[in-house]
Write a protein that binds this ligand. Sequence first.
Ligand code: 3H9
Length: 699
Amino acid sequence: MSDTIAINDKISIERVGDVALIRIDNPPVNATGQAVRQGLQDAITQINAEGTAKAVAIYAAGRTFVAGADIREFGKPFVPPALPDVFNIIEASAIPVISVLHGTALGGGLELGLSTHARIGIEGLRVGLPEILLGLLPGAGGTQRMPRLTGVPFALEMILSGRQVPAKEALEAGIIDRLESGDPREVALKAAQDVIAGTLKTRRTDQIAVVPDQAALDQTAAHLKKTQSHLYSPHKCVEAVAAAVLPMAEGLKIERAAFMDCMNTPQRAGLIHAFFGERAVSNIPEAKGPARDITHVGVIGGGTMGSGIATACLLAGLRVTLVEVAQDGLDRGIATITGNLDGAVKRGKLKADKRDSTLAMLTTSLDMGALADVDLVIEAVFEDMGVKKDIFGKLDAICKPGAILASNTSYLDINEIAAVTSRPQDVIGLHFFSPAHVMRLLEIVVADKTAPDVVASGFALAKKLGKVGVRAGVCDGFIGNRILAHYSKTASYLVLDGATPQQVDSALEGFGFAMGPHKVGDLAGLDIGWMTRKRKAATRDPKERYAGAVADRICEEGWFGRKTGKGYYVYEGKDITPNLAVDRFIAEEREKAGITPRPFTDQEIVDRYMTAMISEAARVVEDGTARRPLDVDMVFLFGYGFPRHRGGPLHYADTIGAAALVARIKDYAKEDATYWQVPALLEKMAANGTSFADMNKEA
Ligand code: 3H9
């Protein structure tokens, strides 16, 4: 006999004999929003007040156990009860309470489990404390209860990495007590009956003593100081775990204070913007329509880019036909793809026993005729409009009707390419970022005549490849490279006006970029920018200050960066030192231009660089090249190494405010009114007191 009562619309209690089953039902991921917290507290209190049940089991409906606190509530006025208090009530329950975890038990969800007296995992379970990825720490007992169960080193590693631990490892580490298969309700009922029968032991986590490990804490703290000094929450995590040696109530107080400190940082806001932005960016009507089937992809070009794209497709289980014009190109392509797959095995992205069968999905040809049956062709040859037009003309004649014809161009006009075919509705830009099998960004460039199902197919492909697809309009450089082309000039102006390349790099690394712009230039190859400057020389605005003077001098020496051993820096083995000859070029170019160098603070370097980036980003949103400010943010987070904890250039812009940005640009414009112009959108936002976040909400 069983009867069920609803505590509220998220929590219910079902009685089966001596067992009380508490069911959490809060789709999509059973996050612990206010109603779940209140319902759990009321359910446990009620069951204990009645005193008839001999065991309680908590389980969740749907595809996963609880995925954590409801992130959407963060930053809004708090409504009690607080999660740690609810978990303390569960832990203190006189009637034993167990939990059954399935899917992903993350953050507050796993902490709920830790507060119960035994945990059963269902096959396929993954557990984790990913709060660090949101700029937080486990704030509902995780930093106190996890070390009690697993020991300090394991708990530290789990909390600081935020990784999802598979079920078997969770069992071995002592996080779960049993691993079973079956339906969560059935497993919960059986396990609760085992508790009553004495065949499943229960214990309160707060009664377990922590094995002190000061050495692990000190080592971790020292390592973080060296590697993550710009981040806030990792250091707070260590502080909270260190408190686990104290009595539970005291440790929880320290954890709570540290959690609230993290909650109030801009880093938390930036990381949560990144979390939701990643999901919202492809949540647009164009991405949701019917898509064309893609199982076989043709890639034209076996260079770094084409091979990377082919690798990404193979890793996603697609068949690939690679076409090159000459055998040596094809051989190089095959070697690169093979190397990429071996790298994927090493990084754990591909199972070793799947390597050969994955490679077997690749066919190659020197004849474009081999592309007659593919569902999608991605052209990845060098950036020359004439060559691209020739290829697309041929594809038009070769490919089956309905095949999607895509170009991986990073700046050329997709409309012009589409116009040489008799099927412009099938033509789209799919702009990958190098290395294409690693970088997560895919700009989906929609031309005037691209059909809706071709756009939807672009988004479906991004999802299949595990990439973040962002819609972009046609213009020189689309979203990312267009903005880059503008703000990268600032780095050169700063150097001409008095900063050193090393100072510019270190100031921006201090802001959070993994590498400053001069190091990035050396890595990417300075010849790329040199070629672009030469290509654009004839059409350059004569009023605009020339930014390439120093870089041109470096390239004229045959120094193209890392690949030639010299660029802004000299590369000898692992040693990287400033290239002293560059100082001479800078001095000579300053003299030629009549510039008296002046000092810059690191803050001014960051301000100018970021203001230039934000200016062009605002124009890209204003003219519709990007649908929303968050689209620009995701392009920069996933394609340009923008520091994730800053949320993206336009999230960061909101932390400065439109009015302050306009004032800054007007101030800079006193020296150079051509480069520093106030974007109309920013001017309007400053006048209305609105933000980019407001635009994201409206879109
Ligand atoms: C925490 O717990 C703090 C505590 O320690 C202390 C508190 C005092 N809240 O990713 P998906 C939404 S911090 C609200 O596409 P999947 C998501 O936005 C939290 N909403 O599915 C999406 O909405 P939409 C620690 C959430 O199957 C929908 O659910 N926990 C939350 O690919 C589906 O999500 C985490 O950081 C949430 N917590 O992946 C876990 N989670 O459909 C974060 C998801 O409107 N979550 N949504 O776009 C995840 O990692 C993944 O969502 C998960 C499912 C693996 C669970």
